[in-house]
Write a protein that binds this ligand. Structure first.
Ligand SMILES: [Zn+2]
Length: 74
């Protein structure tokens, strides 16, 4: 698909690192499958993957962990 950020790049399937902030917690999730823009590097998560990543971030925030680095496991 065409990138909605830079509007010039095309996205291709790849692997990215997602960083999310929840309250005082920062969650870094590595090896997340995503569509990645070949021009600006913006990534797009599919619905189920985004839900999973956000749920992981919420769970980390509830444990009051300040920084957590996870690896995405399908
Ligand atoms: Zn782009």
């Amino acid at each position: 698909m065409q990138c909605t950020i830079c509007k010039t790049g095309e996205t291709h399937p790849g692997i990215t690192t997602v960083t999310l902030q929840r309250d005082k917690s920062v969650v870094v999730i590595r090896d997340v499958p995503a569509e990645i823009c070949d021009d600006c590097g913006e990534y797009y998560l599919s619905g189920p993957i985004a839900s999973r990543v956000y749920a992981d971030a919420d769970a980390t925030a509830r444990r009051h962990v300040e920084v957590e680095i996870q690896r995405y496991a399908a």
